[in-house]
Design a protein around this ligand. Structure first.
Ligand code: PBG
Ligand code: ZN
Length: 330
C-alpha cells in the first residue's frame, strides 16, 4: 500500500481533537483483562501491607473475599491466589492438603463471589523450607525434575478439588504441563484449563514477591530452571512445548523487559496470551510515584496499554484495582 508523502499526508490531522484520537485508538484496556494477584496467609483479621509493594497486602482467609468483592465491583473478573502456608518442609507437603491455605481461600471466595474466575498459582517454592520450586536431590543439592512433577500434579489436582477454575503452573520444571494435564484428566477434571507460565525468566524483578511470599531460595538461585534473560528463541521452544503438553493459555513473565517475547509469542500462538506485570515492576512505579518523580496514574495506564499493544490479551497486575478505578473514571 504506497502512502503519499508530506505535504499530502499530515499525520497530525488525526491527532487534532480528543474525539478523533479516541476514534483512531488501536489498543483499549478493560478491567476484565486484568488478573489481580492476591497473597493469602494463615490467621484471622490479617491485612498485612507488604513493605516493598505499597498498597498490596497479605490477607487472611476471612479478609481476602472483601478485596475480591471490591475487584468484582470494579469489573475485574479474575484473581490469582498465592498461598503462604502455616509450615514449610522439604516436600512442600502443605501444598496439596485439602485444608491448605489456598484451598481454604478458594472455598471462602467462592461463597462470596460465585462468578469470579479463581486462578491458582501452582508451585512448590511457597511451601518448601528450602524455597526452591521443586524437590531437591543429589550432592551438591539440585532441583530434581521428575519427582517434582508428581508433587506439582498433586497440588494442581488439590486446587481443582477445592474449587479453582484455572491452575497456573509457575515452577518451570520440564514436563509439568503434561503431568498436570494427565492428573487433572485422571481425576475427572478434563474440562479444567491450564494457564502455563511458559516463558518465565530468572528475573531480579521478582524480589518484592519473594518478600511477600517468603519464598526466596535458601541457597543458590533459580537459574537451573527459569530462563536466561538473554534468550529470545528459547522462549518459543518453551511455548511450543507447553502447547504440545496441553496448555490452554500461555504466559510470558516478567512483562516490561520482555516485550519482544510477548510480541514473538503473539505472532506464533493464536490462543490466549497473558503477561505478568511482576512485583518489581510494580514496586518501581510505586517508589517513583511516592517521590513525586512520575505521575502514577499516567505511567501505570501507559504501561498496561503497552503490554496489551505488545500482544497480551490479559495482564496479571498488582495495579488492577487502581487501573480499573481509573478506567471507570475515564
Ligand atoms: C513462584 C512465583 C514467583 C512469581 C510468581 N510465581 C516467584 C519466583 O519465581 O521466584 C513472581 C511474581 C512477581 O514477582 O510478581 N514460582
Ligand atoms: Zn516457585
Amino acid at each position: 500500500m504506497p502512502a503519499p508523502g508530506f505535504p499530502t499526508l499530515r499525520m497530525r490531522r488525526l491527532r487534532r481533537t480528543a474525539a478523533l484520537r479516541e476514534m483512531v485508538r488501536e489498543t483499549w484496556l478493560r478491567p476484565s483483562m486484568f488478573v489481580l494477584p492476591l497473597f493469602v496467609v494463615p490467621g484471622t483479621g490479617v491485612a498485612d501491607e507488604i513493605p516493598s509493594m505499597p498498597g498490596q497486602f497479605r490477607w487472611s482467609v476471612d479478609r481476602v473475599a472483601d478485596v475480591c468483592e471490591e475487584a468484582w465491583g470494579l469489573g475485574i473478573r479474575s484473581v490469582i491466589l498465592f498461598g503462604i502456608p502455616e509450615a514449610k518442609d522439604a516436600r512442600g507437603s502443605h501444598a496439596d492438603r485439602p485444608d491448605g491455605i489456598v484451598q481454604q481461600a478458594l472455598a471462602v471466595i467462592r461463597a462470596r463471589c460465585p462468578d469470579l474466575l479463581l486462578i491458582t498459582d501452582v508451585c512448590l517454592c511457597e511451601y518448601t523450607d528450602h524455597g526452591h520450586c521443586g524437590l531437591l536431590a543429589g550432592d551438591p543439592l539440585d532441583v530434581d525434575n521428575d519427582p517434582s512433577l508428581e508433587r506439582l500434579a498433586a497440588e494442581a489436582l488439590s486446587h481443582a478439588h477445592a474449587g479453582a477454575d484455572v491452575i497456573a503452573p509457575s515452577d518451570m520444571m520440564d514436563g509439568r504441563v503434561g503431568a498436570i494435564r494427565a492428573a487433572l484428566d485422571g481425576g475427572g477434571f478434563d474440562h479444567f484449563p491450564i494457564l502455563s507460565y511458559a516463558a518465565k525468566y530468572a528475573s531480579g524483578y521478582y524480589g518484592p514477591f519473594r518478600d511477600a511470599a517468603d519464598s526466596a531460595p535458601a541457597f543458590g538461585d533459580r537459574n537451573s530452571y527459569q530462563m536466561d534473560p538473554a534468550n529470545r528463541r528459547e522462549a518459543l521452544r518453551e511455548v511450543d512445548l507447553d502447547i504440545s503438553e496441553g496448555a490452554d493459555m500461555i504466559m510470558v513473565k516478567p512483562a516490561l523487559a520482555y516485550m519482544d517475547i510477548i510480541r514473538d509469542v503473539r505472532e506464533r500462538w493464536t490462543g490466549p496470551l497473558f503477561a505478568y506485570n511482576v512485583s518489581g515492576e510494580y514496586a518501581m512505579v510505586k517508589a517513583a510515584a511516592a517521590n513525586g518523580w512520575i505521575d502514577e496514574r499516567r505511567v501505570t495506564l501507559e504501561t498496561l496499554t503497552s503490554i496489551a499493544r505488545a500482544g497480551a490479551d490479559g495482564i496479571l497486575t498488582y495495579h488492577a484495582l487502581d487501573a480499573a478505578r481509573w478506567l471507570k473514571e475515564g
